[in-house]
Design a protein around this ligand. Structure first.
Ligand SMILES: [Zn+2]
Length: 99
């Protein structure tokens, strides 16, 4: 990898300048909605009629919203550059490391 001079990063959490030669930590992940469905199998008392009505209601609900809205809600990949201090904050928040 060719080393480029003058490339600097800002910590995405605190805004601290991460100069060349200082450690930079990348926090990458994704948040997405694990929709647990309508629980049709667990709900045998529910008539197929009411299930169909529920599905139609959901479809109407979804049609009202823009595609972008739905994308954001369903899937949010992210990539953050962090300084050491903020990496430690993330560790603590996620309880990956106790101190
Ligand atoms: Zn930071």
């Amino acid at each position: 990898m060719k080393k480029k001079k003058g490339i600097k990063f800002l910590c995405d959490l605190c805004g601290e300048l991460l100069e060349e030669g200082r450690p930079r930590f990348i926090f990458r992940g994704e948040i997405f909605c694990a929709f647990d469905g309508l629980e049709i199998e667990d709900d045998l008392e529910r008539s197929s009629e009411s299930i169909r009505a529920e599905i139609e209601r959901l479809i109407r609900e979804l049609e009202k919203r823009t595609e972008e809205d739905l994308q954001d809600e369903v899937h949010f990949p992210f990539h953050l550059d962090l300084c050491r201090k903020c990496r430690d904050r993330v560790y603590r928040a996620l309880k990956l490391r106790g101190d």
